[in-house]
Design a protein around this ligand. Structure first.
Ligand code: DMJ
Length: 481
């Protein structure tokens, strides 16, 4: 079955029961054409502003130098392992055996930064040492966004067929995760046996798979990857409440919600991101329809104004009733997504709130009560989302307020988290005590978004490539015949 046949089948079968899901292009009114022309003019204005403001080459160089500090620490103390322990100068493997999380996650950042020698060395390590034939129960979602995403972007940026072969092998080993009665993926899958476990999952883990599996389908000509991941996204969306919100956890066997709190933070966040991005990368009109419907509900029930500031809090998915005034480091991806999808004014206001949360203690907490102005969960695992949003806003507006914001956050980031061998998570943003942990996403995402904020605008154009949720750039690929 070709991908286009598959798409037709999915449109006809899987989505037939979904109200509001467009299966044919909407007819275009003259007003749409005027709006399109205005949008083209606005984009040209922003491009001119970006070109005029140019890059901050000194800051880009500084980010690159600090990235190299972390990479060299990994290279010296943790080479061949998943991650560096930046306080003890030790190494950590997620599952007792290494799957090279840091090199795979870091490869495309090095390529973007022009660190060719380091990228070549990492690529050789990956191509010659990475094997997925292991008796390991791995977390499906994390392996997809970090490893599958990193291998695919690495392949697209270098043309090294060994990376695509690894991605294809990994994809085949992960596919049993989708073999639940609902098509929603189990949380864990064994790379050698395909045995699955973990039935309580969530919208983020089920809905943040399609960019990677879809790209793998396009590159290998195997539609099964696209089909399974798309079904998981659609099955998640189909479970939205009557008012259009999703909850925080569901059971993949029964398909029932087990937690009905709705928000844009942990366990839900990137579900929204992929609804928009699967339209952007694949031109999938059903994704666009699901996005329109879902973001409208989120924008209706989750926002809350406090002293003139805009926040997105928690609400019950069935009634929309406010349940908590919590926002945090993960929620801070939303301004970027709003800006990317064209809602710049809301994005600006929410980013101002994220930055106020950051500045309350000089670095952002994992969770913040915006009504009380209090830290609820004090850790800082070096997350990228607020920087990612600053970059999307800079790209959407050309406004140097966002590169200034990035400069200020980078100063704080280095001041509070730098160690002799890398960068350490914080136990608490109030005390600034460090933890012996440097997640691979620091090299995949946090440094990449800081770099992109200051590098020449042509370094990466989000209108030409789509970054997965781990910031791995994926280029659109034509459907094979
Ligand atoms: C990353 O692994 C991804 O961005 C994911 O979507 C959310 N969590 C981390 C970064 O904070």
């Amino acid at each position: 079955m070709t991908l286009s046949t598959l798409r037709t089948c999915l449109l006809a079968c899987a989505l037939a029961a979904c109200a509001g899901c467009a299966t044919t292009p909407a007819s275009r009114a003259p007003a749409d054409e005027v709006a399109d022309a205005n949008a083209v003019d606005a984009k040209a204005d922003v491009a001119a502003t970006l070109a005029r403001n140019g890059a901050d080459a000194a800051m880009a160089e500084r980010v690159k130098t600090e990235f190299l500090h972390a990479w060299n620490g990994y290279r010296q103390h943790a080479w061949g392992h998943d991650a560096l322990l930046p306080l003890s100068n030790g190494a950590h493997d997620w599952y007792g055996q290494s799957l090279l999380m840091t090199p795979v996650d870091a490869l495309d950042t090095m390529l973007l930064m022009g660190l060719d020698a380091q990228a070549d060395e990492a690529r050789e390590l990956i191509a010659t040492r990475l094997s997925f034939d292991r008796d390991l129960d791995v977390k499906h979602f994390e392996i997809v966004i970090r490893l599958l995403g990193g291998l695919l972007s690495g392949y697209q940026m270098t043309g090294d067929e060994r990376l695509l072969a690894l991605a294809d092998d990994l994809g085949t080993r992960l596919l049993p995760a989708f073999d639940s009665p609902t098509g929603l993926p189990y949380v864990y899958v064994n790379l050698r046996t395909g045995k699955t476990h973990g039935t309580e999952s969530n919208p983020a883990e089920a809905g943040t798979l399609l960019l990677e599996y879809g790209t793998l389908s396009r590159l290998t000509g195997k539609p099964v990857y696209f089909e399974k991941a798309r079904r998981a996204l659609v099955e998640t969306w189909k479970r939205r409440s009557e008012i259009g919100l999703v909850g925080e956890r569901f059971d993949v066997v029964t398909g029932d919600w087990t937690r009905t709190d709705s928000h844009i933070g942990a366990r839900i966040d990137s579900y929204y991101e992929y609804l928009w991005k699967c339209w952007k990368l694949f031109g999938d009109r059903d994704c666009k329809a699901m996005w329109d419907d879902s973001i409208a509900a989120a924008n209706r029930y989750l926002p809350e104004e406090v002293d003139g500031a805009l926040w997105y809090g928690h609400a019950d998915m069935a009634t929309g009733t406010r349940t908590a005034s919590l926002y945090g480091a993960l929620d801070a991806f939303m301004p970027g997504l709003l800006a990317y999808s064209g809602d710049v004014e809301r994005a600006r206001r929410l980013q101002a709130s994220s930055f106020a949360m950051w500045n309350a203690h000089g670095i952002e907490p994992e969770l913040w009560d915006y009504r009380k102005g209090e830290v609820v969960s004090a850790g800082y695992p070096l997350r990228p989302e607020i920087v990612e949003s600053a970059w999307y806003l800079y790209r959407a507006t050309g406004d140097t307020a966002y590169s200034d914001m990035g400069r200020s956050m980078f100063d704080d980031f280095v001041r509070y988290t730098r160690t002799d061998s890398g960068f350490a998570a914080l136990e608490g943003v109030v005390t600034k005590d460090k933890a012996d942990d440097m997640e691979s996403f620091v090299l995949a995402e946090t440094f990449k978004y800081f770099y992109l904020l200051f590098a020449a605008p042509g370094t990466l154009d989000p209108e030409e490539v789509v970054l997965n949720t781990e910031a791995h750039p994926l280029r659109p690929v034509e459907e094979p015949n």
